[in-house]
Design a protein around this ligand. Structure first.
Ligand SMILES: [Fe+2]
Ligand SMILES: [Fe+2]
Length: 276
């Protein structure tokens, strides 16, 4: 695939003018790399695996909720919709919403010069996702105010269907981004450039939110992905979030996986003040 992407690059499949590149890349030459795909920097896959982990877990939790139990079911809905306001927050709908914002601001802008139609299509999907999130939030509001047991169970059934529909659409959207944007990034940018873009992306996120993303993302990765992801973060230009990611890895990975990561990626991840 990389060989054909390289030929496509050489034969002018996309515009290549340096003036079309975002500022951050203008000082670099654009070179393809011959690394296997699983060793290349993928700015979407790791965080998407974290989102899938969150979606699957939320689906199971919601699917097994007894909506006649006011206390238990309202707690589940609070986790779904409560706004991000503290380091321990894990509002599912909030994370889906801010992920779209982060992508549009920091990642789509980098590939828009090459595939504007693809980016417009994905932003349109973000709009549909936000509309579906709003519908789910409204149903949670309505359900939280109900006291009649049977009405709660009936509306809980409808809420499950609405969330299933949102997640189905969302999972398709994640796949679209990985199949339509990642190949363009690999074709147009070196891994060094992608790491610089990721460092800029993560440095703009408050440390509490970054850690929350990592608590979903890091446990969702296989060992090879952990090596590539964390080694790549270590190689990012400073300031970067490598030390913060390693702290989360140590706290969330089981001991054998953590030991493998630590010996492969390195031990020099001393704590430091968060980047503001
Ligand atoms: Fe997206
Ligand atoms: Fe995404």
């Amino acid at each position: 695939m990389l060989a054909s992407a390289y030929r496509h690059h050489r034969t002018g499949g996309f515009a290549t003018g340096a003036s079309e590149l975002p500022n951050i890349f203008r000082r670099w030459r654009i070179l393809p790399t011959d690394l296997p795909m699983t060793m290349r920097e993928n700015l979407f896959r790791p965080i998407h695996k974290g989102l899938r982990f969150m979606i699957y877990e939320t689906g199971l939790r919601l699917g097994t909720t007894d909506f006649s139990n006011v206390v238990d079911s309202n707690e589940v809905m609070d986790r779904l919709r409560h706004d991000l306001s503290s380091a321990s927050s894990s509002c599912m709908l909030c994370l889906l919403r801010v992920h779209a914002d982060h992508e549009e601001r920091d990642l789509f802008s980098a590939v828009r010069p090459f595939v504007p139609g693809v980016v417009d299509g994905l932003i349109a999907q973000h709009g549909e996702i936000l509309r579906r999130i709003e519908r789910v939030s409204q149903m949670c509001d309505e359900l939280s105010g109900l006291t009649d047991s049977q009405r709660r169970v009936d509306l809980g059934d409808q809420l499950n269907a609405e969330v299933d529909s949102l997640f189905t659409f969302y999972l398709g959207h994640l796949t679209d981004e990985e199949t339509q944007v990642v190949p363009v990034m690999w074709q147009r940018f070196t891994d060094e450039q992608l790491r610089a873009l990721r460092a800029q992306f993560y440095n703009r996120i408050p440390i509490e939110r970054f850690e929350e993303w990592m608590r979903w993302t890091i446990p969702a990765l296989n060992l090879n992905e952990l090596f590539v992801f964390l080694s790549g973060m270590k190689a990012e230009p400073t300031p970067n979030r490598f030390a913060d990611a390693m702290r989360v890895a140590k706290a969330t990975l089981d001991p054998s996986r953590w030991q493998a990561v630590e010996s492969h990626v390195g031990r020099d991840f001393v704590s430091r003040p968060p980047v503001s």
